[in-house]
Every structure is written in C-alpha cells, then in structure tokens.
Design a protein around this ligand. Structure first.
Ligand code: IPD
Ligand code: CA
Length: 299
C-alpha cells in the first residue's frame, strides 16, 4: 500500500511555532513582574497584609495571596495572546477559563507561580505559559523572574535553559540511581487539612532520601528536575497552571512524569510527579508504599 503523507494543517501551528509565541509573551510578562515589584512593594514587602488598602488579597485561605501584579500580569498575557492567537482558548489562574472541554489549542497561564515568595521578596517566583493541544502540553516556557532564566520546551524537541541573553543550554536530568541520594522538591497546598496529610507523607519520605527542598514555585521545581538542581518533584493538588509548562520542560529533559487530569484543579488533590529516569521505579514504589500516590481530596 502506498503511504500518502497527510498535508500539514495550516490552522494548526507546529509545536516550535507555539513555543516561540509562549517564549515571547512569557518574557514580556516576566519583565513586567520584575519592574512592578519595587514599584508596588518597595524593597521590602515583609508584613504586607491583605486589607482593602493594600494591593494584596487572599483566595482559597488567608495564606493564599494574590497581588495586583498577579492580576495585571495575567491580563497582559491574555492581551498578548489574543493579538497573536485570537481563536485559541485560555485558562489562567486569576482569570479562569476553559476547564471542561479541552479540545484544540488552549493556553494555560500562571502569571506568578510563587506568589508568597514574590510578596516576601524571596527570589523564587516565575511566569508560566504553556500551549496545550487536546489537553496535552506541546510547548512550555517558565521564566525565573528574579534570576532572568528562561526554561523552554517543545514536545519532541528537547528542553533548554537560557540565562539572560546567553546561549540556550540543553537540559538533561541528573544521572542519579540511588533513591537514598535523591534531592526531592515538593510543595504544600494552602488548606490546613491537606497539609496535615502532606506533612505525614514528608515525615515518612524524609528518612529514605537525601533531603527535601520546598522552594515555593512548583513550575520552578519542575524545571529544576530538568536542569539537575533537584532529582525529583512531587506535590498533591496542583492545578494545570502550576504544571502545564514545567512538566513538559522536565519530560523533554528525560524525566518520567505523572500528571493529574488536564481538567483537575486544586480540589482534586491528585499527585504530580517528575523524577529523573534512573530513580523512576524506586521513587514511585516508595511513594506508593507510603500511600502518597493516592489523591488527597480535601479542603
Ligand atoms: C503555588 C506554588 C507552590 C505550591 C502551591 C501552588 P502560587 O502556586 O506553586 O510552590 O506548593 O501548591 O499553589 O499560588 O504561588 O501560584
Ligand atoms: Ca499563581
């Protein structure tokens, strides 16, 4: 039988083209966040409280902040994407959007991942932009705002890291093979009851690994698996905007990845995992043995 190749779908850009758009808008948004922090909070934002007179409010719990910079940065991203891809769907942490049907191209945005760090002036917060096709990430960019480092990936094309105007460096996970030597990044939800279960899991995991890191931005945690700054990341209850870009960066750097359903949000409590390939089986077995692969559907 003669194989007739399918013609390229003109309405469907390549993963690389989507990546170029994601990188452009994410870097513009990151520059905005960088400029606005000192304008809004000055040099030291410690103790900023969520009152009507401050540019900080809270969301799911009193410890879950959203600042004026989160809101205006998401609006900036939406405007930039509407100019470039007016037909596509958008889901953003602050503005919401399409969650049920995920057919076609959907942009998934976190204007600031690591808002608590942003608020306190800890230099670990990021802008995260992903393009998904039918609910699967095909292009993803995470910009570490304070360090001015851009992590990028297009499905099937590998992952890179670029420092300011430096060259793009290919990313590969660490060649770790012993779970006992693995450095594991994790994070906690904002609700007290989920945190109680998360704390129990950490207590059981800690004696079996090298150590734990709680950086405060899940998107950066996932990119750190890709760059080898940690060996694995896991967290329960992440939303699509937390993992959509960073999980692709990790996967394209060789990580094994376990994701919640693309429609699942925080309330689902499912686990997200990215782990260096040499410890994939041992890490997943370990998580299973302490009951950590089950969802924590509370809060
Ligand atoms: C949070 C960060 C944090 C993770 C939380 C997320 P936000 O996102 O990614 O590391 O532990 O679960 O909600 O609120 O800063 O966008
Ligand atoms: Ca956020």
């Amino acid at each position: 039988m003669v194989h007739v190749p399918k013609p390229a779908d003109a309405s469907h850009p390549s993963n690389r083209e989507l990546l170029e758009i994601a990188r452009e808008v994410a870097q513009i948004a990151a520059a905005h966040v960088r400029t606005r922090r000192p304008e809004v909070f000055g040099g030291d934002a410690r103790g900023v409280s969520a009152t009507a007179s401050t540019p900080v409010h809270t969301k799911s719990t009193p410890t879950d902040p959203v600042t004026i910079v989160d809101t205006e940065t998401e609006q900036l991203l939406r405007t930039l994407l509407a100019e470039r891809r007016p037909e596509d769907l958008i889901l953003g942490e602050e503005g919401g959007g399409q969650t049920e049907s995920v057919r076609g191209i959907r942009w998934v945005l976190d204007p600031i991942d690591g808002t608590v760090n942003f608020l306190y002036g800890l230099p670990a917060y990021s802008v995260s932009v992903a393009a998904q096709v039918d609910g699967v990430s095909v292009a993803g960019v995470v910009v570490d705002v304070a360090r001015d480092v851009t992590y990028s990936a297009a499905r099937g094309e590998g992952a890179t890291m670029t420092e300011s105007d430096g060259p793009a460096v290919e990313l590969t996970c660490n060649p770790v093979s012993e779970l006992a030597l693995a450095l594991v990044a994790t994070g906690f939800g904002y609700g007290a009851s989920r945190r109680t279960v998360q704390g129990r899991i950490i207590a059981e995991l800690l004696p079996r690994i090298r150590d734990i890191r709680r950086v405060g931005s899940a998107a950066l945690d996932l990119c750190m698996v890709a760059s080898g700054a940690v060996d694995a990341h896991f967290e329960h209850g992440l939303s699509p905007w937390d993992w959509a870009a960073g999980s692709l960066v990790a996967e394209e750097a060789g990580a094994a990845v376990v994701l919640p359903s693309p429609t699942s949000t925080t309330a689902g409590g499912s686990i997200t995992v990215a782990v260096a390939p040499g410890i994939e089986r041992k890490f997943l077995e370990c998580l299973d043995s302490i009951g950590a692969l089950d969802a924590i559907p509370i809060d």
